[in-house]
Design a binder for this molecule. Structure first.
Ligand SMILES: [Zn+2]
Length: 105
């Protein structure tokens, strides 16, 4: 299993497909499938059946998973797509930093 660099609540940008260039927050990561679910990205329509008489049913918009390789992390600080670098702190702690602006992300 590949270790995914994307984590829940990360801000990502879509690299390809119909939502190319859009940004969203990661709602869920599915490491087994190598997929992620991103807020308001890759929306699909699901028809819902009427549950009771007189109920019309309808179309529900829902996020569908997309491949993690199709998204890239965005630095919340400088708002640029970035591949986080690992920085070793003086106390031996490892942090992820933005390669562009150096902010801890
Ligand atoms: Zn940055």
């Amino acid at each position: 299993m590949n270790k995914m660099s994307i984590k829940k609540d990360d801000l990502v940008v879509v690299l390809s497909g119909k939502d190319k260039g859009k940004q969203g927050k990661v709602l869920e990561v599915m490491p087994k499938d190598g997929k992620v679910i991103v807020e308001k990205i890759n929306m699909v329509s699901r028809h819902t059946k009427p549950r009771k008489q007189g109920d019309q049913g309808g179309i529900l918009q829902k996020e569908a998973p997309l491949y993690a390789c199709k998204v890239q992390r965005v630095c919340p600080k400088c708002n640029k797509p970035t591949r986080p670098a690992h920085k070793l702190l003086a106390d031996g702690k490892k942090v992820r930093v933005c390669k562009k602006c150096g902010a801890e992300i």
